[in-house]
Design a protein around this ligand. Structure first.
Ligand SMILES: NC(=O)c1ccc[n+]([C@@H]2O[C@H](COP(=O)([O-])OP(=O)(O)OC[C@H]3O[C@@H](n4cnc5c(N)ncnc54)[C@H](OP(=O)(O)O)[C@@H]3O)[C@@H](O)[C@H]2O)c1
Length: 390
């Protein structure tokens, strides 16, 4: 499927974030404001929104209840009257209470439906014509819905919440079919566990729990990459949607490393010392180096020469200080072929006593995985293989 138009520049982009008073929406609004966007923050709590505006000059607040269709329409009209455009509309409002079949509560189930799903329909009703007109004029327009990994399949205690999130995923996928060809980006964000007021009520240990800052960074990165839909990240895999926040291992040392690699952005390279020991050894088919500065240079080079490089880690096998990871490395070349390329590989890590990486050795079949993707070398490699096999 084609990608959404990547959002490369936030400066002056009008972003309407519904559900921006706390949690993921708030952190994302803050990050976009810092990146230069004009943020319009909506939620019910007018006082928190006003404080947000004071702390983030240039941003605006429109308090509303998303279950009120006229309020949503009025807010959209106000926003368009003032700015003339909506560069990104994101529905992040959400309601969650644990519910099981043995304590089914119809009122609360309908409340979930109203806030999580019907509210999103109200946003569509309020912004779709505007986004389509903008796209026709060649102006940026993007619609994003925050769902959840709970929408993928039935989960315990998710009787009221899960179905609303499944509906949002389906809604976004269907919208994408209609809107992406018109030039309107559509993304769905499926977070794993994020530390917010919404999850504070959970009594169990939440696997791979991440901060709102981390979630916001993943979300914004997904929009910037223009992933195809569905965006997943557990908050970590789709335009980043968040199903990339999946637990790959119960070993906290390795999970931390996995999350770092899956979320690695150019700006994070300077922090690689947090996961590598100062004299760590690194070897892959092209490099053999020692020490964090040398390792950073390899990753800096990767971000400088490839578009959108990212790692998706599949399995982690841990035994004592030894760890084996299998992964896909995804990227686009700057020339030749602009399609996303995939290189499969594995890493053998030796961990130091503090959980950082002391030895990192990558294994991948360069000939099969990379050379064959290059035009001239690829033809030669395929010819050689055919000869060898004949
Ligand atoms: N935290 C997680 O682990 C997690 C995981 C997967 C998905 N999600 C999703 O992420 C989104 C944000 O959740 P969060 O964890 O950041 O929780 P949160 O801090 O409770 O944020 C929920 C936001 O929705 C707003 N909201 C609730 N009802 C509303 C209504 N009727 N009208 C307008 N705004 C309303 C709240 O503001 P007011 O109260 O001021 O209205 C708040 O800004 C939700 O859609 C949630 O389902 C969260």
């Amino acid at each position: 499927m084609p990608l959404n138009p990547p959002i490369r520049d936030w400066k002056g982009r009008v972003v309407w974030m519904v559900g921006a008073s706390t949690g993921i929406g708030r952190a994302t609004a803050e990050r976009l404001h810092a990146a230069g966007a004009t943020v319009v923050a909506s939620a019910r709590n007018a006082q928190i929104l006003d404080e947000f505006v004071k702390r983030h000059p240039g941003s605006e607040a429109i308090a509303l209840d998303a279950t009120d269709r006229e309020a949503m329409r009025g807010a959209a009209a106000q926003l368009v009257a003032r700015h003339g455009r909506i560069g990104l509309a994101c529905y992040c409002a959400g309601h969650y209470r644990a519910m099981r079949a043995t304590d089914f509560d119809l009122d609360d189930a309908l409340r979930h439906q109203q806030v999580n799903y019907v509210g999103a329909l109200h946003l569509l009703d309020a912004v779709l014509p505007q986004l389509i007109v903008q796209a026709k004029r060649g102006e940026p327009a993007h619609l994003s819905l925050v769902s959840s990994v709970a929408g993928y399949r039935g989960l315990p205690k998710s009787l009221a919440y899960g179905p609303t999130k499944a509906a949002l995923i389906n809604l976004a996928e269907t919208l994408y079919l209609d809107l992406q060809p018109l030039g309107v980006g559509v993304s769905v964000i499926n977070p794993g566990f994020v530390e917010t007021p919404l999850t504070a009520q959970n009594e169990f240990t939440m696997p791979a729990l991440i901060s709102t800052d981390r979630a916001a960074a993943e979300i914004v990165r997904g929009w910037e990459r223009g992933h195809e839909l569905p965006q997943r990240w557990p908050v970590l895999r789709g335009g980043a949607p968040l199903d990339r926040v999946v637990t790959k291992t119960t070993d906290a040392r390795v999970q931390r490393i996995v999350e770092r690699f899956e979320a690695l952005a150019a700006a994070d390279v300077a922090r690689l010392g947090e996961i590598y020991t100062p004299d760590a050894r690194f070897k892959d088919p092209f490099n053999e180096v020692r020490g964090v500065p040398a390792i950073e240079r390899i990753f800096d080079h990767m971000f400088a020469t490839l578009d959108g490089p990212r790692f998706v880690i599949h399995d982690a096998v841990v035994q004592g200080d030894q760890c084996f990871l299998t992964w896909d490395f995804l990227f686009r070349m700057r020339r030749y072929d602009r399609r996303e390329q995939r290189v499969r590989g594995a890493s053998h890590l030796v961990l130091a006593a503090d959980g950082r990486i002391a030895v990192h050795r990558d294994y991948w079949d360069v000939a099969e995985e990379l050379y064959e993707k290059l035009p001239v070398v690829g033809s030669l490699m395929r010819w050689l293989k055919r000869r060898a096999g004949s």
